[in-house]
Design a binder for this molecule. Structure first.
Ligand code: ZN
Length: 330
């Protein structure tokens, strides 16, 4: 039975690379005894990890230097991984990320940073009424999803209050998938969309995102409570995202309570258009530096429109997203 204590001896031991019989070309620790975990939340330099089914608190090991570790990261860990009260493990390696959700520096936060790693899908939660949908925020979230290489999913809540058709017509030409929910309604379709993958949920306050999270993961409150017990800190301090396992091991959701908007200045037009391969194909002959926005001289999109080979709705929707990139968030 582990007492959960970690000693100075352990730290010294783990910091030192193992002696090897053959010399390595690169002089770095191998950490053969490291175990794998996933970062479920971050709070002031302390990381809560899930290792198998244990909640483990960890810090970054010195060799990682200033490298960021964020929610969703798959990491390798040494030290006390028992998860016992007071135990502290150390993250020695961050595995290569499949996707990164980034935000540009803005007034609230002067540093550009990665906020979530390895999410495959972005669920943009918007109420159809009360509060009214904010198409500009929706567009900005879509730009962030496409830029990050994530599949977007519109989740339109409160369908008992308003018809989803007008809002959906704005997005149909972009081919963005959607689900509609209503208060107290059935979530089968949403569950199917979330199954087997990692999804990050975004949405302003009042749209019903917390209600969805609680319905999808009935133990969410208890889990978040135990995270608090581990870190000894409130969840609404500096925590801006946390990851929850869906029931039956069928995927993950990452909630983002602290994230209201994105700075998108880092998004390159060339990268954004790659999310629309049919349009991308039309821009091969564009002049160097063409952003493919309206008013660009000799843009391939305009030539395709003139030739009747491009869908005008789709081109104008793409250009609306492109413009959202450089508008301010509010
Ligand atoms: Zn162009």
């Amino acid at each position: 039975m582990s007492t959960g204590r970690y000693s100075t001896h352990d730290i010294e031991h783990y910091d030192r690379p193992r002696r090897r019989t053959r010399p390595r070309t690169k002089d770095r620790p191998t950490y053969d005894d490291a175990v794998r975990g996933v970062v479920v939340t971050v709070d002031r330099g302390r990381f809560t990890l899930l290792i198998e089914d244990r909640t483990v608190t960890a810090m970054k090991a010195r060799p990682l230097g200033r490298k960021g570790v964020v929610v969703g990261d798959r990491v390798r860990v040494v030290g006390d991984v028992s998860g016992a009260d007071g135990a502290l493990a150390r993250i020695v390696e961050v595995e290569e990320r499949l996707t990164t959700l980034r935000r540009t520096a803005d007034d609230d936060d002067p540093v550009e940073r990665i906020i979530v790693a390895n999410a495959e899908q972005m669920v943009i939660v918007t109420a159809l009424a009360d509060p009214e949908p904010q198409p500009r925020l929706l567009d900005r979230a879509l730009v962030a999803a496409f830029d990050a290489g994530m599949q977007p999913l519109l989740c339109l809540t409160k369908a008992d209050l308003a018809d989803p058709a007008p809002l959906l017509s704005t997005y149909s030409s972009l081919g963005v998938p959607w689900v509609v929910t209503q208060r107290g309604g059935d979530l089968t379709e949403l569950r199917e969309r979330l199954a087997g993958r990692t999804s990050v949920l975004l949405g302003s306050s009042g749209v019903g995102k917390s209600t969805l999270v609680n319905a999808l993961v009935p133990e969410a409150h208890r889990d978040v409570g135990s995270v608090n017990a581990v870190t000894g800190r409130g969840r609404h301090t500096s925590t801006s995202a946390y990851m929850l396992a869906l029931p039956d091991g069928d995927g993950w959701i990452i909630d983002t309570p602290g994230i209201r908007s994105f700075g998108l200045a880092h998004v390159e037009p060339e990268h954004l258009i790659e999310a629309f391969p049919d349009l991308d194909e039309m821009t091969e002959e564009c002049p160097r530096g063409c952003t493919h926005g309206s008013g660009e001289p000799e843009c391939g999109l305009d030539e395709a429109l003139a030739a009747g080979t491009a869908d005008p709705e789709r081109v104008s929707s793409f250009r609306r997203l492109l413009a959202a990139r450089s508008e301010s968030a509010y």
